[in-house]
Design a protein. Structure first.
Length: 159
């Protein structure tokens, strides 16, 4: 119930919207996601661990945005988008939640020690997550897109 209230609040604030499904925007987010993952690996290879973690997260987050736009949903809140992955699509969002926490810890705080192994694990998690989401997007049919749109409206109490 708490997550539904949060999503409803985002909807009322205009930070969560239903709109037309967009292949063009979906494709743009797919490109961003791939670029972020490549950047994460380049940063890792150059011992820029904090930045590598951020790019791994954004690779996952931009892929989630691709999925949302495929269905016709725009979410301007990271937590809300992550909740939708589980609540709307019934997909595991723990990898994305983990990566978000890692990004926040590495980007905003200085009292931590990041190891090469931890960053490599984050990159592997991003790769696994992205493969799962890409497979899900590739299998989506128009009928399912309509069902997800209806489910989204029900979650918000609009239908």
């Amino acid at each position: 119930m708490k997550t539904t209230n949060f999503l409803t609040k985002l909807y009322k604030e205009g930070k969560l919207k239903i709109l037309e499904s967009s292949e063009e925007i979906k494709e743009a987010y797919l490109v961003k996601s791939e670029s972020n993952l490549i950047s994460s690996k380049i940063l890792f290879e150059n011992n820029r661990f904090e930045e590598s973690v951020s790019m791994a997260y954004y690779s996952m987050y931009n892929l989630l945005n691709a999925l949302l736009f495929k269905v016709g949903i725009k979410c301007e809140n990271h937590s809300g988008a992550i909740i939708l992955l589980k609540e709307l699509f019934n997909l595991d969002n723990s990898k994305l939640s983990f990566a978000k926490k890692e990004r926040i810890d590495k980007q905003y705080y200085v009292d931590f020690n990041v190891t090469k192994e931890q960053v490599l694990e984050t990159i592997k998690i991003a790769e696994e997550n992205n493969k799962e989401i890409m497979d899900f997007i590739a299998k989506l049919k128009n009928k399912e897109i309509n069902e997800y749109r209806n489910k989204f409206l029900k979650i918000l109490g609009r239908k």
